[in-house]
Design a protein around this ligand. Sequence first.
Ligand SMILES: Cc1ncc(C[n+]2csc(CCOP(=O)(O)OP(=O)(O)O)c2C)c(N)n1
Ligand code: SF4
Ligand SMILES: [Mg+2]
Length: 351
Amino acid sequence: MTYLAKPKLHHPDLPRNKLGFTHRDYEGTVSTLCAGCGHDSISGAIIQAFYELDIAPHRVAKLSGIGCSSKTPTYFLGNSHGFNSVHGRMPSVLTGANLANRDLIYLGVSGDGDSASIGLGQFAHSMRRGVNMVYIVENNGVYGLTKGQFSATADKGSKSKRGAVNNDEPIDMVMLALQLGASFVARSFSGDKAQLVPLIKAAVQHRGAAFLDIISPCVAFNNHAGSTKSYDFVREHNEALNFLDFMPSRSEITTDYAPGSVQEVMQHDGSILRLRKLHDDYDPSDHIGAMNHLQQRQAAGEIVTGLLYLHSDAVDMHTALNTVDTPLNQLGEKELVPGSAALDRFNATLR
Ligand SMILES: Cc1ncc(C[n+]2csc(CCOP(=O)(O)OP(=O)(O)O)c2C)c(N)n1
Ligand code: SF4
Ligand SMILES: [Mg+2]
């Protein structure tokens, strides 16, 4: 229960990260979600990723919309900035916050209802603008919070708990993100922490719009036979393309892999992504190839997971807008009111 505070006391020998924080410093309040909900596993993966990245919680801003998924920021990063917005409006609130203060790390958490229905337009524009953020959709194919209606990501032909068949075509958030210009696109499964944690870490270190579609079964309304978002269905149809190892710097690389099976990508901050390829012919830097592969495998009934696309030199919104390095919310009167001579000079450029 959210009103039940977690005990503040913990074992003095709990492991600490480089900043001296324990795992507990990255947790939130006790979850009120149903026991076994995929969303709680994603919260656990987020906690682990930020702990392992040695990021101070006050540097993170977590934003969400409305839904069981959008409630989850209460259950992780309790010492970070947080804003629970209106249904489907997280992307514009996040974009505004990012414009005002570029120094924070932005984590948007949403659901398939929140992002693929009411918030579809907002989702689309945040992707095409290259907002520097990690955008997570906790995708269960239903509106969990309002008791299990089909969402727009439910597969055609899949069945509700009471047997109703979904006749509508699904929206594939990954295909949309690719088409709209997201520069980091991945799909994962809440039940696969080994794949999920490094993907979240790499997305946090990416500069640009990083999108993660995470299949996250709803045990209350969409975990039955006939659902394509159940634990059993996803485990049986999961086709992982690659596994990611995330290293904050080159000096951290300790494991060697057989040549040919590994692809290394350096990010703008010097961190290294090591992709252990499971499909030799899949190249995550090939934008059109990624879209083709996804459509082919989807037609064959597979759920393709892993790092699907990466443009490591992407241009983010601030670079495209040529904003100043100092966060706008820290500019003083001197910078914001430069005087009439500067205004005259600027007006002259427009004549
Ligand atoms: C403007 C508005 N319309 C409708 C609702 C009702 N509503 C609340 S949550 C929700 C859907 C949530 O689904 P999803 O984003 O998939 O989250 P989940 O609960 O499945 O994690 C809806 C329709 C609302 N809160 N606000
Ligand atoms: S209703 Fe579904 S999505 Fe919501 S907490 Fe329960 S299992 Fe999770
Ligand atoms: Mg949902």
